[in-house]
Design a protein around this ligand. Structure first.
Ligand code: ATP
Length: 234
C-alpha cells in the first residue's frame, strides 16, 4: 500500500528524521515506536508533505507519489489523525467531521456523514453539540471519524491513546481494529505498549530520527535491548 524509502526531514540544521524506510500494508496496523523526540510525528508529517523533505521516495497504491503535495496525497487516499486530536472545540461535531471531507461537493459530504453516523450512532445523537463538550475518548473517536471522512486507504495516527483513560484506550483499540479489518492500512505512532501489542503486526522503532529496529511486534518486545532502551516494560 505505502512504501517509503530514504526519508530525511530537517529543520534548518536539525535533522529530525534520517533515511527512514518503511512499508504499510492493507488491512494491517504498522507501529512506529520510540522515545519522545525520536522523530515519530515528523515521520508522519514527512510522509504527508507537511514538513519539508530533504530526500525520500513514496509509492502509494502502486503509484509514485513522491512529488505530490499534501492535498494530492489526501485525494490519493492518505489521511492524518493528528496528535492531540486537533478538533475545533467551539465548532459542532458535525462541522468538525465535515472538515475531513473538505473540497468535496455537498452530495459526497452528506453521504460520508451518513456513513459516519451509521458507524458511530452516538456521534449522530450529539452531532450539533460543540466538540469540546465531549470526553477525551469521545473526541478521539470524532478525530478518527473525521479522518475517515476523506475515504482513506491509509490512516496515519499520531498517539491516539494520549491522555485517555484505560477504558477509553480499549475502546479506541476496538475501533481501530475494526477499521483495519475492513482493509484500511494504518501507520500508528503510539507509546502505549498494550495498544501496540493488540493492534500492530509489525513495527518500526525510531531513535534519534533513525530506524534502529523493525519486525514483528512480538519479536521486538522480546528483544531486551530494544524494549529496555526504547519501549519501556509491559
Ligand atoms: P513526541 O513523542 O515527543 O511527539 P516524536 O518522536 O514525535 O516525539 P518529533 O516531534 O518528530 O518526535 O520530533 C523530532 C525532533 O525534531 C525533535 O528533536 C524536535 O524537537 C524536532 N522538531 C520537530 N518539529 C520541529 C520543527 N517544526 N522545527 C524544529 N524542530 C522540530
Amino acid at each position: 500500500m505505502l512504501t517509503v524509502t530514504d526519508l530525511t526531514v530537517a529543520f534548518g540544521n536539525t535533522v529530525a528524521v534520517r533515511d527512514v524506510a518503511l512499508t504499510a500494508a492493507s488491512g494491517t496496523v504498522t507501529g512506529i515506536l520510540g522515545a519522545n523526540g525520536a522523530g515519530k510525528t515528523t515521520t508522519l508529517l514527512g510522509i504527508l508533505g507537511r514538513v519539508p523533505r530533504r530526500s525520500g521516495t513514496l509509492t502509494f497504491d502502486g503509484r509514485d507519489v513522491t512529488g505530490d503535495d499534501t492535498g494530492a496525497l489526501v485525494r490519493a487516499g492518505i489521511a492524518l489523525c493528528p496528535e492531540n486530536r486537533r478538533l475545533f472545540p467551539n465548532m459542532s461535531i458535525e462541522d468538525n467531521l465535515l472538515l475531513g471531507a473538505y473540497g468535496h461537493g455537498r452530495k459526497v459530504r452528506r453521504e460520508r456523514l451518513e456513513r459516519t453516523y451509521a458507524r458511530f450512532g452516538w456521534i449522530r445523537d450529539r452531532a450539533a453539540e460543540p466538540a469540546g463538550r465531549l470526553s477525551g475518548g469521545q473526541q478521539q473517536g470524532v478525530a478518527i471519524a473525521r479522518a475517515l471522512m476523506s475515504d482513506p486507504k491509509l490512516v496515519l495516527l499520531d498517539e491516539p491513546s494520549s491522555g485517555l483513560s484505560p477504558v477509553a484506550v480499549d475502546e479506541i483499540g476496538e475501533l481501530l481494529a475494526g477499521i483495519a479489518a475492513e482493509g484500511t492500512a494504518m501507520l500508528l505512532v503510539e507509546q502505549n505498549v498494550r495498544l501496540v501489542r493488540k493492534l500492530c503486526s509489525t513495527a518500526y522503532v525510531l531513535a534519534h530520527g533513525r530506524v534502529t529496529a523493525s519486525g514483528p511486534v512480538d519479536e521486538l518486545f522480546d528483544d531486551d535491548s530494544v524494549s529496555d532502551a526504547y519501549l519501556g516494560k509491559v
